[in-house]
Design a protein around this ligand. Structure first.
Ligand code: TMP
Length: 237
C-alpha cells in the first residue's frame, strides 16, 4: 500500500490517502506540541516510539473485542488504518485528578476518582478544545445519542483493559483521551493511543512518564515513553 495525496497534517501525524478508498496511512512525526499547537518541538525517535506503542495498544484492544481502525504497521513510523468519518469530540476518562480537572476544580493532583469520570471536549485548537456535553454534541449534529452512548461504553471498556495492562508494569493510568469515528455505520476507535494522549505515572514514585514531561519541561520525554513501552512489553526494535 502506497501513500498518495496528503489529506491532512495534524500536530503529530500526517494522514495520507491510499489507492483503497477505505484505507489511510498515518505517518507519526517527531513533532511534539503543547498549548494547542502554539509550542512545537522535534523530539528524536518520537514518531517511531509512538507508532510502535500505538500498534501494541491497538492490538491489545482488538484482542479484548474493541473494534479499532488499526490494520497493520507498515514501517517504523507509518500505520495502515481504516478511513473513519471522525466525530469531532474527544472522550476523556480520568482515574485520578490531574491536568485541566485540577485547574478547573482546585483539586489535589493524584486524588482518586471513584468511579472514573468521563468528559467530552470539542476538538478545536483555536477554541482550546472546550469542554462540551452530550446534549450540545447532539444539538450541533456532531453525533447521535446512540453514537455517544456507544463511545462512552467503549471508552470505559478501554479503561478497564488498559488499567490492568499498565498496572502489570507497575504503572498508573491516570487519564487518557480517545477519538472515535464511523466506519460503515459502526463506531470505531480511531486516532492513536500513546503517551502523547494519556497520563501515566510510576506506581511507587508517581514519576510522570507521559507528555506532561514535555508540557511541564521536565526533560527526558522520549526516555520516559520508552520506559513505559518496555515495562508493558512493547517491542521497540
Ligand atoms: P486534560 O487534563 O488536559 O483535560 O487532559 C486529559 C487527558 O486527555 C490527558 O491525558 C491529555 C489528554 N488530552 C489530549 O491528549 N488532547 C486533548 O486535546 C485533550 C483535551 C486531552
Amino acid at each position: 500500500m502506497q501513500k498518495q495525496k496528503l489529506l491532512y497534517k495534524g500536530k503529530a501525524k500526517s494522514v495520507y490517502e491510499t489507492e483503497d478508498n477505505d484505507l489511510l496511512i498515518l505517518h507519526f512525526r517527531d513533532d511534539t506540541s503543547a498549548l494547542d499547537g502554539k509550542r512545537i518541538e522535534q523530539l528524536a525517535r518520537k514518531g517511531v516510539v509512538n507508532n510502535r506503542f500505538n500498534a501494541f495498544i491497538m492490538q491489545k484492544l482488538a484482542d479484548a473485542g474493541i473494534e479499532t481502525h488499526f490494520e497493520k504497521q507498515l514501517s517504523e513510523d507509518e500505520v495502515l488504518v481504516k478511513r473513519l468519518d471522525m466525530i469531532p469530540v474527544e472522550c476523556v476518562v480520568r482515574n485520578f485528578a490531574a491536568g485541566s480537572l485540577v485547574r478547573r476544580l482546585g483539586l489535589e493532583e493524584g486524588q482518586a476518582l471513584t468511579p472514573p469520570t468521563y468528559e467530552l471536549f470539542y476538538k478545536d485548537d483555536a477554541l482550546g478544545d472546550p469542554m462540551v456535553n452530550e446534549s450540545l454534541s447532539i444539538s450541533l449534529g456532531w453525533a447521535t445519542e446512540a453514537q455517544l452512548t456507544r463511545m462512552e461504553e467503549l471508552t470505559h471498556q478501554v479503561n478497564e483493559v488498559l488499567k490492568a495492562l499498565f498496572e502489570a508494569g507497575d504503572l498508573i493510568l491516570v487519564d487518557f483521551k480517545l477519538e472515535f469515528g464511523v466506519f460503515h455505520d459502526r463506531i470505531v476507535l480511531g486516532d492513536e493511543f500513546s503517551p502523547d494522549g494519556c497520563r501515566i505515572w510510576d506506581k511507587t514514585t508517581k514519576k510522570k512518564l507521559d507528555k506532561d514531561r514535555f508540557r511541564q519541561s521536565l526533560g527526558d520525554v522520549i526516555e520516559a515513553y520508552e520506559e513505559v513501552a518496555s515495562r508493558i512489553g512493547v517491542p521497540l526494535s
